[in-house]
Design a protein around this ligand. Structure first.
Ligand code: BDR
Ligand code: CA
Length: 316
């Protein structure tokens, strides 16, 4: 099984990612670390513990991480994820508490003690990961790959050009991109496309199993119809990044230089993806500068990931 650690800001779609990671037989979910993003970090910890209990994985260690980005103040996304950060579904409070070490300490411990190199899956602002890489650079020797949900080749969501997770802590994202390990960027370009058709969402909501009903309600919360879009369906969001860990062939990627725009102003938090060489631009300027290559997801087999996610969470 693939050793995986998820760093999240649960988060409606982070919950869908956790549920998949717990239930997919090919994943060994070693730990979950929490960071401020969709809601404040204490809310993220509570939501994460609740989801793991509902999913039937009460033993996975959960740690509290950064309560704010490296430089900016925290800017939570309650307008997207509800007052409690997870759709205001009235889910039960968790019965346990996080481990008594912080997220960076737990990440270091679990990465270095894993018998096989770990795949790290951040589905949130990258603050914890940046702190880890700076405080404990030795962890890279036991990281197989970082598959992160964040960034956008084309249009952003937090701003016209910036995706929320990168926008919330651009300096942290810049540190991640230069980590010196293989990186997959599961950005908005593919994130937006993986949508579960309405018939399946209805099936989940009608399930006798509480965890599946929760998944159905979470998906319904992500129904674009709520914002006037006529498609009765629900986006898998962050869960798609975990699908990419077990089924990388479902993605079309290209190894491209990616940089985060850090200057103040309208482009701050944008992931600038250099597609010039790929698109046959004869004269590529500015290549004198060393820029790390990132495997950027440009396409996704939507049906394949929807089937993969459903099969794992429903256990069929
Ligand atoms: C990302 O930000 C959060 O709202 C989602 O959980 C996802 O990780 C999308 O920009
Ligand atoms: Ca998230």
């Amino acid at each position: 099984r693939i050793p995986v650690i998820i760093d999240c800001d649960t988060g409606v779609d982070d919950a869908l990612a956790l549920l998949f990671a717990v239930r997919h037989p090919g994943i060994d979910l070693r730990a979950v670390t929490c960071v401020a993003g969709n809601t404040d970090v204490d809310g993220v910890v509570r939501n994460t513990l609740t989801v793991l209990e509902q999913a039937g994985a009460p033993g996975v260690p959960v740690a509290r991480g950064a309560e704010r980005p490296l430089i900016e103040p925290v800017r939570v996304a309650r307008h997207v994820h509800g007052e409690d950060g997870m759709g205001d579904l009235g889910l039960p409070a968790p019965t346990r508490v996080p481990v008594d070490v912080d997220a960076v300490t737990l990440l270091r411990r679990e990465i270095l003690s894993s018998p096989r190199p770990v795949t790290l899956v951040p589905t949130a602002p990258l603050t914890n990961i940046a702190l880890l890489l700076r405080a404990h650079p030795e962890v890279v020797r036991n990281i197989e790959r970082i598959v992160f949900m964040g960034g956008a080749v084309e249009t952003g969501n937090a701003t016209p050009v910036a995706e929320f997770n990168v926008w919330h802590d651009p300096e942290a994202a810049a540190i991640l991109l230069t980590a010196g390990v293989p990186i997959t960027m599961y950005g908005l370009d593919v994130f937006r496309r993986v949508v579960v058709p309405g018939a399946y969402v209805r099936r989940l909501r009608a399930s006798a199993e509480p965890a599946l009903r929760m998944a159905g309600e979470l998906l319904a919360h992500r129904d674009p119809a709520a914002s006037g879009d006529p498609t009765p369906s629900g986006g898998l969001g962050d869960a798609g990044a975990v699908c990419a860990v077990v089924d990388p062939a479902g993605l079309t990627t290209a190894a491209l230089p990616v940089e985060v725009a850090l200057a103040p102003g309208p482009t701050r938090g944008q992931t600038v993806v250099d597609r010039r060489a790929r698109e046959g631009e004869a004269e590529v300027h500015g290549l004198g500068r060393e820029r790390p290559l990132v495997d950027v997801a440009l396409g996704v087999d939507v049906e394949r990931y929807v089937r993969l996610w459903l099969k794992a969470v429903e256990g069929i």
